[in-house]
Write a protein that binds this ligand. Structure first.
Ligand SMILES: C[S@@+](CC[C@H](N)C(=O)[O-])C[C@H]1O[C@@H](n2cnc3c(N)ncnc32)[C@H](O)[C@@H]1O
Length: 393
C-alpha cells in the first residue's frame, strides 16, 4: 500500500514546502494539497513515514496522510454556508461562515461531514488513537497581539463543531472516552489528525508524537490566557520559540534582546523572572521600562558596549534588519570572551522568501561561533520571518 505524508505550513508557503521536500526526497511525488496543507506520495520502498520526516523549517507539523472526505452540498445548503460553487475557501470566508453558530454547526452539511468522517476513519482500520487533533487549515497570519490564532479558528461555531465531532469519535470508540479533542499530546502517543479544509471537507491523517511541535494540534502552540494584555506579537513568539526548542531559561538568568521595543518579548521574559536588557533606539512600553528587572540601552545593536551585556545567559534578536546584518551584529558580540551566552534566539526577517536559500550558510556561520545545535522553524507567530535557535550543548 502506498504511503503518504502530510505537512502543514503557513498559508502561502506551500510551494516552498513542496520544493524543499522534493529536494530532500527526490523520489516523492506531489499529492493532494490545499493552502496550509501539503501531501506527498512517498517512494514505494517506504514502510510508513519513518525516515521521511520533512526537514524544512517551514513545516509546522507532519504525519501520515490517510484520506479526505467531502460531502455533497445541495445548492441551498451551500448557499446557507456561504459556499460558492467549487470555490476554495479563504480564511476570511471560513471565519465568516463559522461565526454564525446555527448556520455552521447545525447545518445538514456539517452533520453529514461528521458522519462521513467517522465512517471513513472506521474504514481505515487504524484506530483506536490516544487522542484527536482537529484544526482548521491555515489561512491567517498572526494578528499583532490578539487571541486570533492561525490554524485555530476561534469562531463561535467551532467549539460546538469540535465537541460534536469528538462525541462521534468517542461513540465509535476511536478515541478514549473523556479525552478532550486538541489536548496537548504526550511523546509516544498516537494521534488522529483531522483538518477542516472547507466547511464540507475534512482531511484525515495520523501521527505518533516524536517532536515537540507534534504535541500541538496542527503544530499550533495553544494560546494561554494572559493576565495583562500582551504588548506585542513578540510576546507569543518568544514563548513559542522557548517551548518548541525546549530551552531551559531559569529565573535570575539574564536575557539580552536586540530590537526589543515596544517590549512584548521582554514582558514574557520578565514574567519568567529573568533579568532583561533591551537594546533598541525606540521607546519601550512604560510598564516594561519601569520594571525593576529591566534595563533599556537606547542604542543600535552595533553600538552596544560589550561591557554592558557581559555575562548574559541568552542573546536574542528581533530587530527588523536583514539577516546578514543581524548575524554580523551577533558575531561581533559573541566573539568577545566576556559574552558567552548559553543560547541564541534570532528572528530572521524575510522580506523575500528567496532569502531562505541562504539558510545553510546562516547555520554554518552560527555553528562556527561555538553553537553546534541549531534549529529553525517558521513559528506560528512568525509572519514573514523565521526563528533560528542555537545552543552550545
Ligand atoms: C519587530 S520590532 C521588535 C519587537 C520587540 N521584540 C517586542 O518584543 O515588542 C523591531 C525593532 O527593531 C528595532 N531595531 C531596528 N534596527 C535596530 C538596530 N540596529 N538595533 C537595535 N534595534 C533595532 C526597531 O526599533 C524595532 O523596535
Amino acid at each position: 500500500m502506498a504511503n503518504y505524508l502530510f505537512v502543514t505550513c503557513q498559508s502561502g508557503m506551500e510551494p516552498l514546502v513542496k520544493s524543499d521536500y522534493l529536494l530532500q526526497v527526490p523520489e516523492a511525488r506531489l499529492a493532494f494539497s490545499r493552502r496550509g496543507l501539503v501531501t506527498f506520495k512517498l517512494p514505494d520502498s517506504a514502510a510508513g513515514i519513518a525516515g521521511f520526516e520533512p526537514r524544512s523549517i517551514l513545516a509546522r507539523t507532519f504525519g501520515t496522510s490517510l484520506a479526505h472526505v467531502k460531502v455533497p452540498t445541495e445548492a441551498h445548503e451551500a448557499e446557507q454556508l456561504g459556499e460558492q460553487n467549487d470555490q476554495r475557501w479563504g480564511a476570511k470566508e471560513f471565519g465568516e461562515s463559522m461565526r454564525d453558530e446555527e448556520r455552521f454547526s447545525d447545518s445538514t452539511v456539517t452533520k453529514h461531514l461528521i458522519e462521513a468522517t467517522v465512517s471513513q476513519v472506521i474504514g481505515n482500520r487504524l484506530g483506536p488513537w490516544d487522542g484527536a487533533h482537529l484544526w482548521v487549515r491555515d489561512g491567517l497570519l498572526p494578528a499583532t497581539n490578539s487571541s486570533r490564532q492561525p490554524g485555530r479558528e476561534p469562531a463561535i461555531g467551532w467549539e460546538k463543531f469540535v465537541s460534536r465531532l469528538t462525541a462521534a469519535l468517542q461513540a465509535a470508540a476511536l478515541v478514549p472516552p473523556g479525552v478532550r479533542c486538541n489536548q496537548n499530546a504526550d511523546f509516544g502517543q498516537r494521534i488522529l489528525d483531522l483538518c477542516l479544509l472547507e466547511p464540507s471537507q475534512i482531511f484525515i491523517g495520523q501521527h505518533e508524537v516524536r517532536r515537540s511541535h507534534q504535541r500541538w494540534s496542527g503544530g499550533v502552540i495553544p494560546l494561554v490566557p494572559t493576565t495583562v494584555p500582551p504588548i506585542s506579537r513578540a510576546y507569543f513568539k518568544i514563548r513559542e520559540a522557548v517551548s518548541w526548542a525546549g530551552l531551559h531559561l531559569r529565573p535570575g538568568q539574564t536575557c539580552v534582546e536586540i530590537g526589543s521595543a515596544p517590549g512584548g518579548s521582554c514582558q514574557w521574559l520578565l514574567e519568567q523572572d529573568l533579568r532583561v536588557i533591551g537594546i533598541d533606539p525606540a521607546d519601550i512600553d512604560p510598564v516594561i521600562a519601569t520594571h525593576p528587572n529591566f534595563t533599556h540601552i537606547r542604542r543600535r545593536g552595533r553600538e552596544v558596549r560589550r561591557q554592558e551585556i557581559k555575562n548574559c545567559d541568552w542573546l536574542l534578536s528581533d530587530a527588523n534588519l536583514p539577516p546578514n546584518y543581524v548575524l554580523d551584529t551577533i558575531a561581533d558580540l559573541v566573539s568577545h570572551p566576556s559574552i558567552k551566552p548559553k543560547g541564541l534566539v534570532l528572528t530572521l526577517k524575510l522580506p523575500d522568501t528567496k532569502l531562505l536559500e541562504h539558510w545553510q550558510v546562516w547555520q554554518s556561520r552560527v555553528a562556527d561561533w561555538g553553537f553546534p545545535n541549531i534549529r529553525g522553524r517558521q513559528l506560528i507567530f512568525n509572519r514573514q520571518e523565521v526563528c533560528l535557535v542555537a545552543t552550545r550543548s
